[in-house]
Design a binder for this molecule. Structure first.
Ligand code: C2O
Ligand code: CU
Ligand code: CU
Length: 500
């Protein structure tokens, strides 16, 4: 609460330029930093999102039924919190399917307003993407389907209504979508869901005095709402009873705006085994791992019998303009791991995992550049009826992306996985050497992203690219592209009931 009050008093504008001078800021500065280490009680077991049920129909398609609805969820003593969920009151089930499978969905919107479900990280036809052009009206059912055609990865789903994504996500609409394939099944990584393979949807929330979510701070930092309590899979401060020597965590930064710098309380080393788009070629050992909103990472952690250790978020070296205001200096306890007196020991972490990105040597059909600043990309604000450009199916493009105003931004592209070829001309750090679909943009640095567009041409239905800080995205830091088949030209977004 302290942070919000101070922010209101100082009147920082969202996304606006702020001059930090004067004694008032000094007072604010001291109050703004959050440190919850030692203050989280870890009194409930980590809840595991249930696997989504599915039926295989007569055509062989795996069919999932998802119901979006509102409800109330208990996060703390006292009042329950008004929330939204998928097949429940907060978050949704974990969808799971294999590469090569056809999946189909009945997505029923039981809310009193339109929303959508976007399959973040999925390679699929634009009309199935669940973006701003595929909203589902209140009371209606949307039935997308496609064949899974990408390597094993931890993807996710969330709403994507232009202008309302931040609010819809904040109320609780999100879930994991795990894709499996032969490589992941053969990999010998811990893989018993909910036992040694744990989904962890990490979200910060700000609660008001009546335990309701504070959806936005009217006058906040540069990012939108930054909460001071951290939920994992929809509960504050859970613990995990560890029964195996190795545990795999599928971390999703499901926050609207907060950057996490994950590490353990004893600074132990852990192994990064997969990034957004799938398994790394080989594990990378580290003590810290940053994830910006929308990014995922699979890590494997080794435990000793009887020990206790906490997963934390440490201050990050991001160095954005607003520092403490945007939470970069916070230290947050997230989850406690309690190892049993005896642990079943499994295999070691495999030395080789997936296939490294390989686009560096490809012929580049087209280079484009993207400058992110002031809620715009290349000085343009998102417009529903403007397709910014078309890419040619079957080609590789290189996109040069830069964050030009020092606030926290990242960059996400729909439909494809990309390879970070270079950061400011240098070799990317190890955690950026795997397949990505969302990348943190350190201020002023140029990120060269290579991606191949294949299949699913449609000159009239765009995919999105945008900053995944949801307030920025809603404010217009987003654009649209189409994938064109041979001889096709950029078309026009069909007129619809959607606002433009
Ligand atoms: Cu996670 Cu355009 O979205
Ligand atoms: Cu996406
Ligand atoms: Cu941004």
């Amino acid at each position: 609460m302290k942070r919000r009050t101070a922010l209101k008093t100082l009147g920082f504008g969202i996304g606006g330029a702020v001059v930090l001078t004067g004694g008032g800021y000094g007072v604010y500065y001291a109050a703004a930093k959050q440190d919850t280490v030692g203050k989280v009680t870890f009194d409930k077991a980590l809840s595991i999102p249930p696997p989504a049920e599915s039926k295989v129909d007569s055509t062989g398609a795996r069919v999932f039924t998802l119901g979006i609805r509102s409800g109330r969820t208990r996060f703390k003593a006292g009042s329950t919190t008004r929330t939204w969920g998928v097949n429940g009151t907060y978050l949704g089930p974990t969808i799971r399917a294999r590469r090569g499978e056809r999946v189909e969905f009945a997505v029923h919107n039981g809310l009193d307003q339109e929303t959508s479900l976007h399959w973040h990280g999925m390679h699929l036809p634009a009309a199935m993407d669940g973006g701003p052009h595929q909203t589902v009206a209140a009371g209606e059912t949307w039935r997308p389907g496609w064949t899974i055609d990408q390597p094993a990865a931890s993807l996710w789903y969330h709403p994507h209504v232009h202008g309302s994504t931040a609010d819809h996500m904040y109320r609780g609409l999100a879930g994991l979508f795990i894709v499996d394939d032969e490589d992941s099944e053969a990999s010998k990584l811990p893989s018993e869901y909910g036992v040694d393979d744990l989904p962890m949807i990490v979200q910060d929330r700000a609660f008001d005095g009546d335990n309701q979510f504070e959806e936005r701070v009217p006058l906040g930092g540069s990012l939108g709402v930054i909460g001071d309590e951290v939920l994992v899979n929809g509960a504050i401060g859970p613990y995990v009873d560890v029964t195996t020597g190795l545990v795999r965590l599928r971390l999703l930064n499901g926050s609207n705006a907060r950057l996490y710098n994950f590490g353990f309380s004893d600074d132990r080393t852990f192994s990064l085994v997969a990034t957004d788009g799938g398994l790394l070629a080989r594990p990378w050992n580290t003590e810290r791992l940053s994830l910006s909103p929308g990014e995922r990472a699979e890590i494997v952690v080794a435990f000793k019998p009887g020990e206790r250790v906490e997963l934390r978020s440490y201050p990050s070296a991001y160095g954005g303009t607003l520092g403490r205001v945007d939470g970069f200096d916070d230290r947050l306890d997230i989850c406690q791991f309690r190892a049993a007196a005896t642990l079943s020991d499994g295999a070691d972490i495999p030395a080789s995992l997936g296939v490294a990105p390989d686009l560096a040597g490809e012929e580049v059909a087209r280079e484009r550049s993207f400058v992110l600043a002031s809620d715009r990309i290349n000085s343009r604000s998102m417009a529903m009826d403007r397709i910014d450009f078309g890419v040619r199916e079957g080609t590789v493009e290189v996109w040069d992306v830069v964050n030009d105003n020092g606030f926290l931004h990242n960059f996400h592209v729909h439909d494809v996985r990309f390879q970070v070829l270079a950061v400011d001309g240098g070799k990317p750090e190890p955690h950026l050497r795997g397949w990505k679909d969302t990348v943190l943009l350190a201020p002023g640095k140029h990120y060269r992203l290579a991606m191949r567009f294949h299949g699913h041409t449609d000159p009239n239905t765009p995919y999105m690219y945008h900053c995944h800080l949801l307030q920025h995205e809603d404010n217009g830091m987003m654009g649209q592209f189409v994938v064109l088949g041979e001889g096709e030209k950029v078309g026009a977004v069909p007129q619809s009931h959607h606002h433009s």
